[in-house]
Every structure is written in C-alpha cells, then in structure tokens.
Design a protein around this ligand. Sequence first.
Ligand code: SF4
Length: 172
Amino acid sequence: MNYGDIRPIDVANGPGVRVSLFVSGCTHCCEGCFNPETWDFQYGKPFGPEQETEILKHLSKPYIKGLSLLGGEPFHPKNQQAVLELVEKVRAAYPQKDIWCYTGYLFEELAAGRVGEQSRALLEELDVLVDGPFVLAQKSLSLRFRGSENQRLIQVAPSLERGEVVLWDEKE
Ligand code: SF4
C-alpha cells in the first residue's frame, strides 16, 4: 500500500484533535472528489513499519483523541491488509483512543464481507465508519465530518450487534 499523507494534527475528520492517514488508491471515481490524485494506487510513498511507528508516536500525545483513516479508499481490497495491521497495532497500544474510517463502500457491503477478504475484520476494529461515495448533487457545506447528505456516520459495534445501522451522535 502507498499513502499520500500522515497528519499529526487534524481537526476536520472526526471529533477532537486526531491523527490522520490518507492511503492511496480508489476506484469509486466520485464526481467532485476532493482528492482525485489519490485514486492512483502508486500515488505517494510506500507505507511500512516506519510509518506505523510514526503514527503510533503521534497518537501517544495526550491531546490526541484518535486516528482517522481516509483516502483514497482504506477498504479497497488492495489496502485492507495493511490498514488492518495498522489498526490492530493502534488498538493494542491505545485501547482508549477511537478509530474512524472513511469509505466509498456501504456499511452493509463491508459487514457482509463482500469487499475483499478482510473487510469484515477491518470493520470490526473501527469505532465509526463514514460510508458511501461522495455525491456531488447531495453536497452540503453544513454537514459535519462528511461531504454529501447520503454519507452516514455509523457506530460500528452497535450496528453489527443489532444488524441495523446505528448512527453516531456527537452528543453521546
Ligand atoms: S471514495 Fe473518496 S477518494 Fe474515492 S473517489 Fe470518492 S470521494 Fe474520492
């Protein structure tokens, strides 16, 4: 897997102050995508142990609430394994911090394991999934942590448990 950026401080992609990883490669080709250069799986630099260590170091700061995974497409079958390995290390090192992930796939597809072998395993490691493609016709600047009305902020664990989507509520 390649990645485009690691941001040690990000306040736009989830609640609180976060660390963000932008992975490379996406095949959704959403019209109006904010980051089309990341569609290329070769974009950026290779992601490996050095970058994992860098992310873990950034996450150690007490003011960091959690990790956000963006793209590109973290759930693309070519990226799932590397993202899953990172997330497992983050969980082990910082169980109190939360993990958000943005994807162009739908929660139901991922939960059913229809997007590659590790999609369900990766989904189970997340706290919140922001799902669905960016739809230009449903774009709204008033939305928090998402770009278009169709996208959902989903609490993963209760959604998997109940078998239906439970939306994330900032007040909770
Ligand atoms: S899923 Fe995200 S990165 Fe991929 S084309 Fe859509 S908006 Fe762009």
